[in-house]
Design a protein around this ligand. Structure first.
Ligand code: FES
Ligand SMILES: [Fe+2]
Length: 379
C-alpha cells in the first residue's frame, strides 16, 4: 500500500489550517474518505502516539488482561506476577497466530494453535514437541514488549519506543482537571461499539457542544445553553471546552461532602480530548469516555466507558442515579451515532462542501492543526 497521503488530502488539509480560526472552515472531505490518508494517520499518528485501552481498575488482579489492535498491531495488556502492568505483542513467536482474545484472566498465555506457552512477562515457558530442533532454545523467545503507562487512571499504550512520557507530555491537561481528582473516579461500565463513520467525525462531534441543543434536543439539550460554553485555545497534546450544566442534571453537581471544588467548578463539565483519540467528559459526579480507533475510512471502533466520582461511590442512592444516567448516556450516544453517521454519508457526496466554523468549534480547528502537523511529520 502507498504509505503517502494523496497529495490532495494532505495539501487540502494544509490549506485548510493555513487560514486563521476567525475565517476557518470544516476540514476537507478528502481527509475523511481517502484510504491513503488513513494509512498515513495510522503510521504517523496511531502508531506513534499513546492510545487508551481502558482504566487501571480493569487490571486489579494478576493475569487480568485485555487485547487491542493498535494501528493494525495485535497487542495484549496484562498485570504480570510482579504486579507490573505490561503491554506486549499478542502474536505467537512460533507460526505467528494471535494469542489472547477479548479480555479476561489467565495464569499464563497459551497459544491456541500448538500450545507454546508464555509466562505473563512474555518469556516462553514451554513448547511441546520442540526437543529435536537443535536450533531451538526457549530462552531465546520473549514476546516483544511495548510501552505502557498509567495516567490519571487511564491505561495508555504506545508502539513508539520514543513516545514522550505522558506525565510530562500531558502535564498541562492534568493540571487543568486536577481539582476533580480523576485518578480516583471508579469505572462502572465499559462497552465496545462499532459505528459507520470516520473516526474524526466522531472525535470532532465530541469536541464541540454547539450540536447539543439540536442533536440532543430529546435528552440533554435542555440542560445547556450556547451562552455558557467556553472554548479556549488548546494545548499541543489536547483540546478542551467547558459547559455549565443546570443544577437539575443528575449527578452533575459536586456532592455536598466535596470540599475540593468551589464556585462554578461545582457544576462545570469539562470535555477534554487527549490526542489523538481519547475523549473524556468529566463532571464533579461522574465521567464517561470514548477511545476511538479507525477501522477503514468509514468505520470506527469505540471503547465507551464511564463511572462515578469517589464522593458518589459510597452513596447508596448514587448507584440508582447512575443507572438512570447510563440510560440517558445510551440515548445521547444513539443521537450522536445518528448525527455522525449522517455526516459521513453527507461528506461522501460529490456535492459536499465544508462550511465555516462557529466560534464554538475552536477545538475542532485546533484538532485540524494537530492532524496537519502530524501528517506533515511534525511533532
Ligand atoms: S503458532 Fe503459536 S504455537 Fe504454533
Ligand atoms: Fe453529542
Amino acid at each position: 500500500m502507498n504509505m503517502h497521503p494523496t497529495p490532495d488530502a494532505a495539501r487540502e488539509l494544509a490549506q485548510n489550517v493555513a487560514l486563521p480560526f476567525e475565517q476557518a472552515r470544516a476540514m476537507p472531505r478528502s481527509v475523511y474518505t481517502s484510504e491513503e490518508f488513513l494509512a498515513r494517520e495510522l503510521s504517523e499518528i496511531f502508531a506513534k502516539e499513546w492510545v487508551c485501552v481502558g482504566r487501571s481498575t480493569q487490571f486489579a488482579k494478576t493475569g487480568d488482561y485485555i487485547t487491542a489492535d493498535i494501528a493494525g498491531q495485535p497487542v495484549m495488556v496484562l498485570r504480570d506476577g510482579d504486579g507490573v502492568l505490561r503491554a506486549q505483542s499478542n502474536v505467537c513467536l512460533h507460526r505467528m497466530s494471535t494469542l489472547l482474545q477479548g479480555a479476561g484472566n489467565v495464569r499464563s498465555v497459551v497459544c491456541p494453535y500448538h500450545a507454546w506457552t508464555y509466562n505473563l512477562n512474555g518469556q516462553l515457558r514451554g513448547a511441546p514437541g520442540m526437543a529435536l530442533n537443535q536450533g531451538f532454545d526457549r530462552h531465546d523467545y520473549c514476546l516483544p514488549q511495548l510501552r505502557c503507562a498509567e495516567w490519571l487512571g487511564w491505561v495508555l499504550v504506545s508502539l513508539n519506543p520514543d513516545a514522550p512520557d505522558p506525565h510530562s507530555h500531558l502535564q498541562q491537561a492534568a493540571d487543568l482537571i486536577a481539582p476533580y481528582g480523576l485518578e480516583n473516579y471508579v469505572q462502572t461500565f465499559q462497552e465496545h461499539h462499532h459505528w459507520n463513520t470516520n473516526w474524526k467525525v466522531l472525535a470532532e462531534n465530541f469536541m464541540e457542544s454547539y450540536h447539543l441543543p439540536v442533536c440532543h434536543a430529546d435528552t440533554i439539550g435542555g440542560f445547556v445553553s450556547l451562552e455558557e460554553m467556553d472554548c479556549p485555545p488548546s494545548g499541543a497534546a489536547y483540546n478542551y471546552h467547558t459547559i455549565l450544566k443546570d443544577a437539575a442534571a443528575p449527578l452533575t453537581n459536586a456532592h455536598p461532602s466535596n470540599t475540593t471544588l468551589s464556585g462554578d467548578l461545582r457544576r462545570t463539565t469539562v470535555l477534554l480530548t487527549v490526542y489523538p483519540a481519547l475523549m473524556i467528559t468529566l463532571t464533579p459526579g461522574y465521567f464517561w469516555y470514548l477511545s476511538l480507533h479507525p477501522d477503514g475510512p468509514g468505520k470506527v471502533k469505540i471503547i465507551f466507558g464511564g463511572g462515578l466520582s469517589p464522593d458518589y461511590v459510597n452513596d447508596p442512592k448514587s448507584h440508582e442515579h447512575f443507572a438512570a444516567l447510563k440510560d440517558l448516556l445510551d440515548r445521547v450516544n444513539q443521537e450522536d451515532r445518528g448525527c455522525t453517521e449522517k455526516v459521513y454519508t453527507g461528506l461522501c457526496s460529490d456535492l459536499a462542501r465544508p462550511g465555516h466554523l462557529s466560534h464554538l468549534e475552536r477545538p475542532n480547528y485546533d484538532f485540524a492543526t494537530y492532524l496537519n502537523d502530524r501528517i506533515q511529520g511534525r511533532s
